[in-house]
Write a protein that binds this ligand. Structure first.
Ligand code: C2E
Ligand code: MG
Ligand code: MG
Ligand code: MG
Length: 299
């Protein structure tokens, strides 16, 4: 294992440079191998999307879903996004992969509707690399047009690192996206260089409280204070607030009690393959007690 070998090499001092170099090599080779396999993943149909339901915490109703990329390689098995997304970003592969994900998510939502299931909003993660290198707004417009998804049902999840880039270009792209009528969310809020000034300036629609602030609620008084602060901040900026990674009833009740309007997490539902998500949509539209929120815009 490359990490263990490097640790060992460091512990043994610089005489072990050769050993260290060998460990480095292993790591580079692993990275290259993953990259080469990822390069073929699209054409070989190894990618899919799972959908994690998002809920209105007050009513308990389904309010939308987040599309999450999955990669199954015949030899490697399931590869986690935390492993392959950074490689896709470094290699530029995130451009075709990101476009595929956006297209697939929009297409899927419209396919569910065509099957008689309720229209549902969908959130899609967008990498900072897509902001930097591609004409993101043109790509989004193209996908909206070809899928027919009403723009208001699409939410793009950005990370704070996007706002640390070339601000003029980011500003222009964000304005164009807003003009298209899509919603914009700040993902993993609180983990990066959050600037309150940017949040206010860009008028994003949704703030997603990172799971690290949720994980030890309500026991940790620090995180409790932070979560309450973020919820209040979202409210005063007129933003929707979604808590990520809700795993326990105690977390759920704490967040709801402090006015967090929306949530997602294993306690509510794990990310679901599209067939399972369709079943959930079917049951939530059948039972009046937990109807899916169907808010197609007055187009
Ligand atoms: P994210 O956008 O913050 O997505 C939430 C992650 O938390 C997902 O991990 C989800 O499965 C996981 N999660 C949800 N509820 C819980 C919970 O209760 N407990 C715990 N421990 N985890 C929970 P996943 O699917 O492994 O994705 C990891 C990250 O990879 C995502 O974080 C996102 O940054 C990135 N990613 C995934 N799909 C895409 C994509 O299509 N494009 C881009 N650019 N990034 C993606
Ligand atoms: Mg996300
Ligand atoms: Mg997140
Ligand atoms: Mg994340």
């Amino acid at each position: 294992n490359a990490d263990a070998a490097m640790y060992h090499a460091k512990a043994c001092g610089r005489n072990n440079f050769q050993f260290f170099a060998a460990a480095m090599n292993t790591r580079v080779r692993e990275h290259l191998e993953l990259e080469n396999r990822l390069r073929q993943a699209l054409a070989r149909h190894e990618l899919s999307l799972h959908y994690q339901p998002q809920y209105d915490l007050q009513s308990g109703r389904l309010s939308g879903c987040e599309a999450l990329m999955r990669w199954h390689n015949p030899e490697l098995g399931q590869v986690a996004p935390d492993k392959f997304i950074p490689i896709a970003e470094d290699s530029g592969l995130i451009l075709p992969l990101g476009e595929w994900a956006l297209n697939e998510a929009c297409r899927q939502v419209m396919a569910w509707q065509a099957q008689g299931l309720p229209l549902l909003s969908v959130a899609v993660n967008v990498s900072a690399v897509q902001f930097r290198h591609a004409d993101l707004a043109a790509m989004v417009e193209r996908v909206l047009r070809s899928s027919g998804l009403p723009p208001a049902l699409l939410e793009l999840e950005l990370t704070e690192s996007v706002l640390a880039e070339n601000l003029e270009q980011v500003n222009a792209t964000l304005q164009r996206l807003k003009q298209l009528g899509v919603r914009l969310a700040m993902d993993d809020f609180g983990t990066g260089y959050s600037s309150l000034a940017y949040l206010k300036h860009f008028k994003l629609d949704t703030l997603k409280i990172d799971r690290s602030f949720v994980s030890d609620l309500p026991g940790s008084s620090d995180n409790a204070a932070l979560a309450i602060t973020i919820i209040g901040m979202a409210r005063s900026l007129g933003m929707t607030c979604i808590a990520e990674g809700i795993e326990t009833m105690a977390q759920h009740d704490f967040l709801r009690g402090h006015g967090c309007t929306h949530g997602q997490g294993y306690r509510l539902s794990k990310p679901l393959a599209s067939a399972a998500m369709a079943e959930l949509l079917a049951t939530s539209s059948r039972h009046a007690a937990t109807p899916a929120v169907v808010t197609a815009p007055a187009a």
